[in-house]
Design a protein around this ligand. Sequence first.
Ligand code: ADP
Ligand code: MG
Length: 326
Amino acid sequence: DNLIDQIAAGEVVERPGSVVKELVENSLDAGAGRVEVQIERGGKQRIRIADDGDGIPPEELELALRRHATSKLTGLEELERIASLGFRGEALPSIAAVSRLTLASRTAEAELGHQLRCDGGALGAPEPVAHPPGTTVTVDDLFYNTPGRRKFLRTERTELYHVQEALRRLALSRFDVGFSLVHQGRRLWSVPRAESETERHERLAELLGRAFADHALAVELEGAGLQLRGWLGLPTAARRQGDLQYLFVNGRLVRDRGAAHGIRQAYSDCLYRDHYPAYVLFLEMDPARVDVNVHPMKHEVRFRDGRTVHDFLARRIADALATAEP
Ligand code: ADP
Ligand code: MG
């Protein structure tokens, strides 16, 4: 069974950055308003995610570390319209199989928290612990028992970069949640919940840099049953932004060639044709028009009508960029 978990871990857990992604998604699923990420040595030594979400009752702690024990899928129809980010019940057991994991949690009703340790998949017994309402997951010594995998981890710096990228995507997808990142006791980011335009701008600057934030064109477009809002990078902010391309569909970061092409075409149609597109865009549409379950780890989606999405992005973004031309 542990072997199955270790194999499954290969699918879900590639490096500290993917652990952060899975754990923070769980925090968001649990309705957290604030998520604190603390890592040591690029996450190779320790990854700790603390949230103020719903928490887990003591009798369910063990279940949370068992395979396919998701609490988030109650009916088949739900597969069609998945509202929560996680739905497979694999992340926690997979991570626990290849690390020393501690799951500590307390629900709002409980007077005391409980924690459960899991060492390379071997479960301990739940024990009481002082804990504020919410959940803290600590992942130590990732891949300590799978040396082959551990060997593939890169330098602390590179792993830290991937952790930051994973958290950046999540922080961009949820402006209503506060995030912080501490590495080796040093605070790298602290982005409070952002409500006003100014606060949103601040978060953008903190996560993506002032160069992008201060020169980006804010857009809000609608048509063909699609709603698009976000920021388009303008040439003054052009340098060093080749990989600053974030498209969220119904709150989920996606990579879609058709959509990316539409956006690129919009840029190439205007005065900014020499500018490599940089953008943070949120596309909202009827969930029935998009299939998110192509591969849960690869950020792929399938639009039922890709042509409509492509053309909407190409035309409307071109129009928006035209209004910003000098
Ligand atoms: P999934 O997210 O696909 O359900 P996971 O393995 O990621 O599967 O998590 C298993 C279960 O553990 C979740 O369904 C949830 O009930 C519980 N859980 C995990 N993390 C948290 C958290 N931060 N807060 C509350 N519950 C959590
Ligand atoms: Mg999950």
